[in-house]
Design a protein around this ligand. Structure first.
Ligand code: NAP
Length: 286
């Protein structure tokens, strides 16, 4: 059972999806950094217990990866029926919760291999992404995910959440294919799921990453950085290098926001940035 704050005012409070503007061609996504005045927007709040409907069936694309596995675990804790699709299929994760996930094998670059896995699914969260040459990064972060969005829309999936990435100034230029792929997917998501599509844009994600059978504690560096950088927010406004000071977020926080965005009908569509993810997960933990 999830405990979450319900805000009684229609405008979002601790985060606000960035305004989405479609260009004449209908393909571009405006991501103006809108700041939210929390004090003026949150006038009244109450804590309610929300149990996701038992019929919710969640498909996590890339559920055997670092972020995807934490999302699967969080979703199972919330009582959802959880499946995952990736090229390697069944995860090597040794933890017992992994036995409760239905593991599908498929490749988003061959969308036909997705169809069976999408059967009866109400929500999708995509954690598929990666690095390599610019063309590979565009294919995996862009085309693969756009295929998934198209297939999910065709099969009547209700909500779709995409794990994208925060802008990193100069780094965007060096990883052109990665960011062009991410932004193209975001645009496609807003076209196909204008009212039920959510984009999460974390910066560096810290937590424990499983590589083979070895657990790598990224939080040894990430957690102190997250604490420090939250107090150095003005640095993020320095031209070009400022985004390098964006705070890391814990993988558990990303998982909580993603699962909620995929299941709560009141979760507003649009982009949730790093601050939004941090504030949202803190609010949930309180
Ligand atoms: N980790 C971070 O610090 C960070 C920060 C910001 C944003 N992100 C974004 O968050 C997402 C998840 O990151 P992560 O660190 O969890 O990555 P990851 O551990 O590499 O997981 C990627 C997942 O995608 C699957 N996959 C890759 N290509 C696929 C394809 N063609 N078809 C189906 N599945 C495919 C992989 O499984 P198989 O290899 O078995 O297919 C794996 O499960 C990515 O989009 C990443 O860009 C991550």
């Amino acid at each position: 059972m999830a405990i979450m704050p319900r805000l009684l005012h229609s405008q979002s409070s601790f985060y606000k999806p960035h305004r989405l503007a479609t260009s004449m061609s209908g393909r571009s996504l405006s991501t103006g950094q809108e700041r939210v005045d929390k004090s003026s927007k949150i006038e009244e709040a109450e804590t309610v217990k929300v149990t996701p409907p038992l019929t919710d069936k969640l498909l996590v694309l890339g559920g055997n990866g670092f972020v995807g596995s934490h999302i699967c675990k969080e979703a199972l804790n919330c009582g959802l029926t959880v499946s995952s699709l990736s090229r390697s299929g069944r995860s090597t994760i040794p933890d017992s919760w992994a036995n409760d996930v239905v593991w599908h094998q498929g490749d988003l670059l061959s969308p036909d291999s997705l169809r069976d896995a999408l059967n009866g699914v109400t929500s999708v969260i995509s954690c598929v992404g990666g690095f390599g040459s610019n063309s590979h990064m565009y294919r995996i972060n862009g085309i693969a995910n756009m295929n998934a969005i198209g297939a999910a829309a065709e099969q009547g999936v209700k909500r779709f959440v995409y794990i994208s990435a925060a802008d990193f100034g100069l780094v965007n230029y060096l990883l052109k294919g990665y960011y062009e792929g991410k932004r193209a997917t975001e645009t496609e998501l807003m076209n196909k799921f204008p009212y039920k599509g959510v984009v999460l844009r974390p910066g560096f994600i810290q937590g424990t990453r499983l590589v083979g059978s070895i657990k790598i504690p990224l939080s040894v560096i990430g957690a102190p950085l997250e604490m420090v950088l939250q107090y150095l927010k003005p640095l993020t406004r320095i031209p070009l290098i400022g985004p390098l000071f964006i705070s890391p977020v814990n993988v558990t926080a990303v998982a909580k926001v993603a699962v909620n965005a995929a299941t709560d009908p009141a979760f507003p569509p649009g982009v949730v940035d790093v601050d939004g993810i941090l504030q949202y997960s803190r609010q949930k933990a309180a």
